[in-house]
Design a protein around this ligand. Structure first.
Ligand code: DC
Length: 218
């Protein structure tokens, strides 16, 4: 029997890395819903369609095809996997993902992924809106300072420019925006296990979740 595990939480809480590693350990598919929002934001911004231009927006949404392939994302056949991981796209994704029409347009793409086997889905509303009947739900968070430090170290590790204070500020404003938007604001889904990872290593988080998964599947 296939099953769905969801991980929600704010930016920089370590969801992606944890979800990716858990998917590998469990031998199931990883669904990065943030990548889908990033891809749509990138293409809409490139097409100069602003989030409040509802007429153009609906027409554009009907023409955009997003595909998930081997942990990458294609927009109308073009691979944007690398291009969506920039601070500019961080901000654009936050802006465009607040628009209800965009969220509705992306819902079935996300939900369809469970038709191909068990998945671990990660995002902001996967446990509440996308997969409300998931077998197991987690909410992973950490203080803004702990998340900023991790993002900073990740960027330095990838030889990218990094400024801790700017990253912290960006995280705080994204939290504020993602939590207060009208459409699917960041919230703890009903029945989710809450994990504050500020003082936990990644392995500790993974093992903690694995214990829950083993129990639920046994
Ligand atoms: O997790 P991420 O940083 O890649 O997400 C990018 C943006 O997309 C983030 O600002 C919130 C939004 N998002 C969302 O609204 N719903 C999701 N399920 C996933 C991401």
């Amino acid at each position: 029997m296939s099953y769905v595990i969801t991980i929600d939480g704010p930016a920089g809480a370590g969801k992606s890395s944890v979800a990716k590693k858990l998917a590998a350990k469990l031998g199931i598919k990883y669904l990065d819903t943030g990548a889908i929002y990033r891809a749509i934001a990138l293409i809409l911004a490139k097409s100069e369609i602003s989030p409040d231009n509802k007429d153009f927006l609906n027409e554009a949404l009907s023409k955009i095809k997003i595909e998930l392939v081997n942990n990458g994302v294609l927009v109308n056949g073009f691979d944007v996997t690398g291009e969506i991981r920039t601070p500019e796209v961080d901000a654009l994704a936050s802006l465009y993902s607040a628009i209800p029409e965009i969220r509705t347009a992306l819902l079935s793409l996300q939900q369809d992924q469970k038709n191909y086997g068990s998945i671990i889905a990660e995002g902001r509303d996967v446990g509440s809106v996308v997969f409300p009947d998931a077998k197991l739900k987690f909410f992973i968070t950490a203080t803004p300072e702990a998340r900023a430090r991790r993002r900073y170290e990740q960027r330095i590790g990838q030889n990218q420019d990094a400024d801790y204070d700017r990253i912290l500020q960006a995280i705080k404003s994204r939290d504020e925006y993602d939590s207060n938007r009208k459409a699917a604001p960041l919230s703890i889904p009903d029945g989710a296990v809450y994990i504050d990872t500020s003082d936990m290593s990644e392995d500790e988080v993974i093992n903690f979740i694995l214990e829950h998964v083993k129990e639920a599947l046994s």
